[in-house]
Design a protein around this ligand. Structure first.
Ligand code: SF4
Length: 382
């Protein structure tokens, strides 16, 4: 029998699992804390756990990490891991250090079915949903690896923020996503506040409503176009859930959201969505919902046929929004030297037949560089 992966469980799930072993909830809480707060995978090392429970767990349960295929560290401090998820598939996580926070960008699917025009992951197609354990394992590995690597003091956290902006559309993997979010939020787990955990979606309207009920965390929406005609082209999911419906769902979400605004991600594409008229149209959208805009310089990749907007045009675009009183930021690019924009590294293993070969020969690459202050998550899921 394959042992149950305890990274698959939120605390309620672990309590139910322990109950089947005849153990009380407080034992599950102890176990949960050992796994997530101390990063321990070896039951025999969980010294204050009853010997009887440790014996029961051996053979029926395991803490199953993901194998690291490669690690790359940018000169700006960004670190990117490529994880093997089996079957020739790989997913990425990216750590972005800043002065006042450490953000981990986490993947939710191997590939993605949404197929956004400007997204490297979208061009790879969809392979499969990650399990809760595979989503949590990215955080589990990164947090405990970084604590050692950065020589953090006991109790000090490496990761203060999580953004579900890696590979995949998280709201199309809802059943696995929500328990993973609960592990991140749980005080016995990673204890992150709802404001510091962000789900980024391309706009799966019914699931935005469900997330509002089940686990309202910060929400980012990949907008990328101010009108349906253009958005249909850039984000094909728009044909199913057009902008008006999306904005309605966002307004409903705000009732329960931990922040009083929605972040709209907007990837700046030369000659496509970056004119003053597009900016003015976004100003109109901002009058329908409490929001801020995050303008993202496009990270080109050959198959896209798209080009990054010139810097001056991005600045002018931002100014139109800012002059209209709309909070607008321009995302600094991070990890350019390691292709940290999400999907780029896994894109290299996109021809999935070669991925297995790559996995056998790819050495773990560590290029430790100095941390420098700067900004936000990598360009990503949107
Ligand atoms: S931007 Fe997000 S939703 Fe769109 S294809 Fe990429 S990963 Fe999927």
């Amino acid at each position: 029998m394959t042992p149950a992966n305890l990274l698959d469980f939120d605390l309620d799930g672990l309590a139910a699992f322990c109950e089947k072993l005849g153990e009380k909830r407080f034992r599950a809480t102890q176990l949960f804390r050992w796994i997530h707060q101390k990063g321990e995978a070896d039951f025999s090392a969980m010294s204050d756990l009853a010997k009887s429970l440790r014996d029961k767990l051996a053979g029926v349960a395991a803490v199953t990490p993901l194998s690291v295929l490669s690690e790359q560290a940018s000169s700006d401090g960004t670190i990117k891991w490529l994880f093997d998820v089996g079957g020739g598939n790989a997913v990425e996580s990216v750590f972005i250090p800043e002065d006042d926070r450490g953000t981990l960008c986490v993947s939710s699917q191997a590939g993605c079915a949404v197929g956004c025009r400007f997204c490297s992951t979208g061009h790879q197609g969809f392979s499969r949903n990650l399990t809760t354990g595979e989503i949590v394992a990215q955080l589990w590995f990164a947090e405990h690896h970084l604590r050692k690597r950065l020589k953090l003091a006991p109790g000090e956290r490496a990761i203060t923020n999580v953004v579900m902006m890696g590979m995949g559309e998280p709201l199309q993997n809802y059943a696995a996503l929500v328990p993973a979010l609960r592990v991140m939020l749980d005080d016995h787990g990673y204890g992150l506040s709802r404001r510091r955990v962000t789900v980024s979606t391309s706009g799966v309207v019914p699931m935005i409503d469900r997330l509002r009920e089940d686990c309202p965390v910060a929400l980012a929406v990949s907008l990328h176009a101010p009108d349906d005609t253009l958005r249909d082209h850039l984000v094909p999911l728009n044909k199913k859930y057009p902008i008006a419906e999306l904005l309605d769902a966002c307004n409903r979400y705000l009732d329960r959201a931990p922040r009083d605004f929605i972040t709209f991600e907007y990837c700046m594409l030369d000659g496509v969505n970056d004119t003053p008229a597009h900016a003015e149209a976004l100003v109109e959208i901002s009058r329908r919902i409490s929001c801020k805009f995050n303008l993202i310089p496009f990270n080109p990749f050959p198959e896209s046929g798209l080009v990054r907007s010139p810097r001056e045009r991005v600045t002018a675009f931002a100014r139109v929004l800012q002059d209209a009183g709309v909070v607008t930021t321009v995302r600094k690019t991070r990890g350019d030297d390691i292709a940290a924009a999400c999907g780029q590294l896994a894109g290299e293993v996109q021809d999935r037949t070669n991925a297995a070969e790559r996995m056998t020969r790819a050495p773990i690459q560590i290029h430790r560089k100095t941390k420098t202050p700067s900004s936000t998550p990598p360009e990503k899921h949107a």
